[in-house]
Design a protein around this ligand. Sequence first.
Ligand SMILES: [Zn+2]
Length: 65
Amino acid sequence: MKTLKCDLCDHEVQGETFEEWMNALKPHYGEAHADVMKSHSGSEEEMKTQMNKWMSENKARFDAA
Ligand SMILES: [Zn+2]
């Protein structure tokens, strides 16, 4: 089990795998960073690119934790 901070604040989230961690982070993101999620608007292609970027950055953080 790894503990990793949210990429936007000091809120800590635990997960056995990156996928688990990401799922555990989602409700926090929706509550604390809803404005950030809203600002991530654009075409479907842009959303996908942003999501992939977010995932690869946070996967690297998770692996390093
Ligand atoms: Zn946060």
